[in-house]
Ligand binder design. Structure first.
Ligand SMILES: O=P(O)(O)OC[C@@H](O)[C@@H](O)c1c[nH]c2ccccc12
Length: 274
């Protein structure tokens, strides 16, 4: 059983739901990312998605696109993401870490090398949103070879392919709550429970839901039918004022922005506790 799967098992035994935040590596900068990840763990994050910034984030809405741009403007590279994970493990961060990347950087790095590096630095999983299942054999083989979970995304339009996608999956299955790109939504789709139910019928793996979750109430709603809740944009949106304050060198604003970010994260985890 992978570390990721065992986290879900432990939480289930306690009647808890996994809280899985996403942040962009290098936003506001790499030192801050190390601090944010460590504090996310302390605030109750059970698994953390680390987004490797990419110049053409086609599946992302404006909030995460801007975060990627802030990070790329800092000169963040894929090697920085690997070094960040290595540093986090050396500083004692225990929660499973998932490298979130578009397929191009993986191809440039070399698929086998990417998973070998991920394992070597201490990452537990990889998500590649623009790698269709039908083209994922090389990645699936590398993931199995290095015992890194390659976590599939299943969207409401993937219904006919749920069985095929789910049967090879390890870690958990990421159910995308609705079509379109990442970003906060006022309310979650009414079809979500039924969609997750259809995925549940196709896999014994844990299921986490993401896309658009922006309030503790929505997180609590998802708790009713999923094993984990993923939140990205709503958290990344609160990194922006921190990034602006860091750029301005305004320590008072930095403290305030960071406190707001951590309070928001704690509020999201609260309804998911046992
Ligand atoms: O930002 P949201 O709406 O909270 O959704 C999670 C999402 O950020 C994260 O899982 C993610 C970031 N970039 C992506 C691209 C595709 C799918 C998922 C993602």
């Amino acid at each position: 059983m992978s570390r990721i799967e065992s986290v879900f098992e432990r939480l289930k035994a306690k009647g808890e739901t996994a809280f899985i935040p996403f942040i962009t590596v290098g936003d506001p900068n790499l030192e801050w990312t190390e601090r944010i990840v460590s504090d996310l763990e302390k605030a109750g994050a059970d698994i953390i998605e680390l987004g490797i910034p990419y110049s053409d984030p086609l599946a992302d809405g404006p909030v995460i696109q801007e975060a990627a741009l802030r990070s790329l403007n800092q000169g963040t590279k894929i090697t920085d993401a690997f070094e960040l994970v290595r540093n986090l493990r050396q500083s004692g961060v225990q929660v499973p870490l998932i490298l979130f990347t578009y397929v191009n950087p993986v191809i440039q790095w070399g698929v086998d090398n990417f998973f070998a590096s991920a394992k070597e630095v201490g990452a537990d999983g990889v998500i590649i949103p623009d790698l269709p299942y039908e083209e994922s054999e090389e990645a699936r083989l590398a993931a199995a070879k290095y015992e890194v979970d390659l976590i599939p995304l299943i969207a409401p339009t993937s219904r006919q392919r749920i069985e095929r996608i789910a049967k090879d999956a390890t870690g958990f299955v990421y159910c995308v709550s609705s079509l379109g790109v990442t970003g906060m939504r006022n309310q979650l789709s009414a079809e979500l429970p039924e969609f997750v139910g259809s995925v549940r019928a196709a896999t014994s793996l844990p299921i986490a839901v993401g896309f658009g979750v922006s309030t503790p109430e929505q997180a609590e709603q998802i708790r009713g039918f999923a094993d984990g809740v993923i939140v990205g944009s709503a958290i990344v949106r609160r990194v922006q004022p921190l990034a602006d304050s860091v750029a301005a060198g305004d320590q008072t604003q930095i403290n305030q922005a960071y406190e707001d970010l951590l309070q928001f994260v704690s509020a999201l985890k609260e309804p998911l506790r046992g």
